[in-house]
Design a protein around this ligand. Structure first.
Ligand code: NAD
Ligand code: UDP
Length: 316
């Protein structure tokens, strides 16, 4: 780890991943500025940092320019849950595109390093399995997921053009489905939905027949990968997959949640949303080789603290 104390901007720092990142960076002794418009994030996620003199929260929409000083920028701002990013699709694309332009401009002025929280969604409904970074993906550009998928793809384009044209130091990280404490219990993602439904004894809503797969990474592993990538040699731009290769059908996830909670909830089947990817698993070869990073926490292990987090929220 680079021991020097740095000034670091985290956009989307009041969200699920951003709040964990702020915590880790503060623990490492850095100064952290959290830029967030609280569209899908919560002040509750950052309350405990507010009296830390090395932490500053600025309520700001990254679609608008801002002038700040920083050594590093982590660009995480963007709704990540399909119901949330589809609620205002034009805003989602603006956040990805205008937000990236503003943050890249800030990085350029500051000669700062900038990391983009990209996504496995750039692979769309993949024809190659598992997905290596060299796969260019199969995204429907006019579908209901496109505001996010194409927004993130365009953001990657902008990162690489700022790198080639303006020599900005970039890191592009393709994040696969991640879960853990601080997720919004009602954001509509599969892990939060299933746990909340099981804890409340409600039906578990499986979309389609539940045979589609995802690979779930626990948040602590993900944040380690993110910071390791930021601190890696400038020659490592990515894109780089960071995710857990343990692949599960959605039905298997439901069973695991039911078993851990000892819930009597029943599985019900609902229509599969349009363009829902059929399978997804990261090829982690690049991350292992260049970052010496591998996830350590299995789904079964990571679900335990996640369930406890949701239990406390529901019971409070
Ligand atoms: P999240 O919705 O919990 O957090 C996103 C944060 O960004 C929220 O606090 C929200 O208020 C803020 N935000 C949104 N638009 C903004 C804007 N225009 N200006 C300022 N702030 C804005 O989502 P998350 O799971 O923490 O995801 C963080 C990032 O990681 C996102 O960019 C997402 O695309 C990416 N990602 C996440 C996952 C995952 O599984 N969690 C997977 C792939 C990629
Ligand atoms: N899903 C489901 N029930 C739910 C929520 C999601 O079966 O209550 C499915 C969804 O159709 C998808 C998978 O779970 O196949 C993962 O969905 P999520 O929204 O968490 O992430 P993404 O589709 O972006 O990977």
């Amino acid at each position: 780890m680079d021991q020097k104390k740095k000034n670091i901007i985290v956009t989307g720092g009041a969200g699920f991943l951003g709040s964990h990142l702020c915590e880790r960076l503060l623990d490492q002794g850095h100064n952290v500025i959290c830029l967030d418009n609280l569209q899908t994030g919560y002040k509750e996620n950052i309350y405990k940092f507010l009296d830390n003199p090395r932490f500053e929260f600025i309520r700001h929409d990254i679609c608008d320019p801002i002038r700040l000083e920083a050594d590093e920028i982590y660009n995480l701002a963007c709704p990540a849950s399909p119901p949330q990013y589809q609620a205002n699709p034009v805003s989602t694309t603006k956040t990805c595109v205008l937000g990236s332009i503003n943050m890249l401009g800030l990085a350029k002025r500051n000669h700062a390093k900038i990391l983009q929280a990209s996504t496995s969604e750039v692979y769309g409904d993949p024809k190659v399995h598992p997905q290596p970074e060299s796969y260019h993906g199969d995204v429907n550009p006019i579908g209901i997921r496109a505001c996010y998928d194409e927004g993130k793809r365009c953001a990657e384009t902008l990162f690489f053009d700022y790198y080639r044209q303006h020599k900005v130091k970039i890191k592009v990280m393709r994040i696969f489905n991640t879960y853990g404490p601080n997720m919004d219990p009602y954001d509509g993602r599969v892990v939060s939905n299933f746990i909340v439904q099981a804890l409340k004894g409600e039906d578990i809503t499986i979309y389609g027949d539940g045979s589609q797969t995802r690979s779930f990474c626990y948040v602590d592993d993900l944040i380690t990968g993110m910071i390791t990538l930021m601190n890696s040699d400038d020659s490592i731009t990515g894109p780089i997959n960071i995710g857990n290769p343990g692949e599960f059908t959605i039905k298997q996830l439901a069973q695991e949640v039911l078993t851990q909670i000892n819930s009597k909830s029943t599985l019900v089947f609902r229509e599969l949303p349009a363009d829902d990817p059929n399978r997804r698993r990261p090829d982690n070869t690049f991350a292992k080789k260049h970052l010496n990073w591998e996830p350590k926490i299995t789904l079964s292990e990571g679900l335990k603290p996640t369930i406890e987090y949701f239990r406390q929220i529901i019971e409070s």
